[in-house]
Design a protein around this ligand. Structure first.
Ligand code: KG4
Ligand code: ZN
Length: 346
């Protein structure tokens, strides 16, 4: 399976081989645009789609070469249909459709978040089900229960900012640059996580927009972000710029609240849904403290816990090829009128 991912600011292509149900990664090539967007403090959609066009041919060629294969040997093509930036998605979708048409091979559409969840299976094989999985990225913070392979039931989500978005915004207001997650993660290691009292939000009511869902497994991070902003403003007005040590303390205190909120909900859901295993996927799963605390808490509570390798945490096409294989075996095929969908639901 050749996978193609262009939903945000990474152009990626990968080959995943299915040997009688055992999936192996032949290649997973990622061309990151971080250096381009850093200058603007965030992803600029127009620049992203143009860069995808420049990169996609070379990235696909390198993915095939690295896997020691060529286009003739590819059995099917999987592509991210959404959600994401529509201009970026369209580059991958158009490219994949052209390949499928010219090679006369099946095309499989993939939901980006299903890809993140499948990164857990790609790495861990047949995980014990039901699995409670948190997908936590720059655009999403959603909890799913997977009772059978390929079926994802959403049981919680963020009402406002995604956790990765909160990291990026906090990094920006501290003047730490883009993307914020890895920098805050690093600075937090040097700080005191108790230094600043920051609020954590606990949802108790159903969401007005989704009243049928109980909503008590939902997340909210915009209040926390505002509290950090208020703290930094007050502190700056009183005594000028924050010292490096103070910035480290803000990062550590912010991170403690985020990690605790994420883990509290995962293990609550795990109890409620009788989980046989728990997992975290998506860009924020690269976070060192989240990985450490997750492993410790899961061991204490007796749940097998899974996180993807770092190369499978942030956006990549191997996870898209894996989710593509899942759909392919379920008989799902996309037609050549497939369109990108920026707000595709899962
Ligand atoms: O999954 P991903 O690569 O792209 C999306 O689908 O959004 O996630 C990117 C997000 C960014 O917000 C980034 O700041 C965050 O993941 N991130 C991290 C870390 N590495 C990436 N957040 C916290 N700690 C990290 N080490
Ligand atoms: Zn992602």
């Amino acid at each position: 399976m050749l996978g193609i991912e262009t939903s945000c600011d990474e152009t990626s292509a990968a080959v995943v081989i299915d040997n009688d149900g055992a999936w192996t990664i032949g290649s997973n090539i990622v061309a990151s645009q971080v250096a381009i967007h850093r200058e603007w403090g965030g992803v600029v959609p127009e620049l992203a789609s143009r860069q995808h066009i420049r990169d996609i041919c070379g990235v696909v060629r390198t993915a095939l070469e690295t896997a020691n294969t060529d286009l003739k040997e590819i059995d099917a093509i999987a592509v991210t249909q959404g959600p994401g930036l529509v201009g970026s998605l369209l580059v991958g979708v158009s490219f994949a459709k052209s390949l499928a048409l010219s090679l006369d091979r099946p095309l499989v559409a993939v939901h980006h978040l299903a890809g993140h969840i499948e990164s857990l299976f790609l790495q861990g094989g047949d995980l014990p089900l039901p699995l409670v999985a948190l997908v936590v990225s720059g655009g999403h913070t959603s909890l799913y229960v997977v009772r059978e392979r390929g079926s994802y039931i959403r049981i919680g989500r963020t009402r406002d900012d995604a956790a990765g978005e909160a990291y990026d915004k906090v990094a920006k207001l501290l003047g730490l640059g883009y993307p914020g997650g890895p920098i805050v993660d690093k600075r937090a290691r040097e700080g005191n996580d108790d230094a600043i009292a920051l609020p954590s939000t606990r949802m108790t009511h159903a969401d007005r927009n989704a009243p049928a869902v109980k909503g008590d497994l939902d997340f909210s991070f915009s209040g926390l972000k505002t509290a950090v902003l208020r703290h930094v403003r007050q502190r700056t007005e009183n005594r000028g710029r924050l010292t490096d040590a103070e910035i480290n303390d803000v990062c550590a205190s912010f991170q403690r609240v985020v990690v605790t909120a994420l883990l509290d909900r995962i293990f609550e859901a795990a109890d409620r849904y009788g989980a046989a295993s728990v997992g975290i996927a998506g860009g924020v799963s690269a976070n060192a403290r989240l990985r450490k605390d997750f492993a410790e808490r899961a061991a204490r509570l007796g749940f097998p816990a899974y996180v993807p390798a770092l190369s499978l945490s942030t956006d990549n096409a191997a996870m898209i090829a894996a989710a593509g294989l899942r759909n392919f075996h379920a008989g799902k095929r996309a037609a050549l009128d497939l369109n990108a969908d920026a707000s595709l639901e899962l």
